[in-house]
Each structure stands twice: as structure tokens, then as C-alpha cells.
Design a protein around this ligand. Structure first.
Ligand code: FES
Length: 142
């Protein structure tokens, strides 16, 4: 094979590889971001405040706290829990299952109670608790 033909084939293979890598990245990012990035309030740091009347009993609110995913749960009895939303197994973001009132880690089916206690699955421990206080209808986290 002469040298110019070899260069042409190498350039073509490089272009095809670049297109394939770009296509894989473009299609996988939206899927992976569902598990790796919290769905709301990505810019907050330090203390976070959430008005209590923005959550109905049984609902959860995800937010970013000190650069990591966190969640406030207003349990059906009205009590509150603030937890890290980062699964202690391999770091996926847990999802709130409102109908079951528990958390599911979609990566390997880890289940946690609304208080973050481990129910089942491979995670080695509960979701980490985050300190909070409530005053005048506002939850202050951190
Ligand atoms: S990362 Fe959550 S169960 Fe594996």
C-alpha cells in the first residue's frame, strides 16, 4: 500500500472514530445526568432555605448542598428529614418514590426509608443525615 493511501485511510478512520465518540457522548449524557446530577437548585452552597409550605406531606425536594445532592422529605406525619441524596454504595443519586414513601437507588436497587435507613440492597449503610432547623415556616439546612 502506498504512503498517500495509508494516510488517507488513517484520516478517514480518525474521522469515523471522532464521530462515534461524539455520538456516544451526546446520547449518553442525558441518560447518565438523570442519575448523577440532582434535578433542582444546582447553584446553592452553604446554608439552604426551603419554605415548608412548598412541600405537601409525603413529598420530597432535591437540592444541591455544599456541592452534592441532598433531599428534604416532609413525611406524611408532618415530620421532616434532610439527607444526602448520594447513595453510599457507588454514589448514584437516589430517587424519591412518593407512592411507597421510600428512596430507591436506581443503579443497583438499594432501598432506604424516608429517614434514610437502609432497607435492602448493596449499600453498606444509611443515607447520611444533614442538620437542619425550622423557624417561621422555613427549613434552614446546614
Ligand atoms: S450505587 Fe446505589 S445501590 Fe449501588
Amino acid at each position: 500500500m502506498d504512503e498517500s493511501r495509508r494516510k488517507f485511510i488513517n484520516i478517514c478512520l480518525g474521522g469515523v472514530t471522532a464521530l462515534a465518540v461524539t455520538g456516544i457522548a451526546a446520547t449518553s449524557y442525558p441518560v447518565l445526568s438523570c442519575y448523577l446530577i440532582p434535578p433542582s437548585d444546582k447553584n446553592s452552597t452553604g446554608k439552604t432555605t426551603i419554605p415548608l409550605d412548598t412541600l405537601v406531606p409525603g413529598e420530597a425536594r432535591f437540592f444541591e448542598f455544599n456541592g452534592a445532592a441532598a433531599v428534604l422529605v416532609r413525611k406524611q406525619d408532618g415530620s421532616l428529614a434532610v439527607l444526602s441524596a448520594v447513595c453510599p454504595h457507588l454514589g448514584c443519586i437516589v430517587q424519591w418514590e412518593m407512592d411507597r414513601q421510600d428512596f430507591l437507588c436506581p443503579c443497583h436497587a438499594g432501598y432506604f426509608t424516608a429517614d434514610g435507613a437502609l432497607i435492602s440492597g448493596p449499600p453498606p449503610r444509611a443515607l447520611a443525615k444533614i442538620p437542619f432547623s425550622v423557624a417561621n415556616g422555613v427549613v434552614t439546612i446546614g
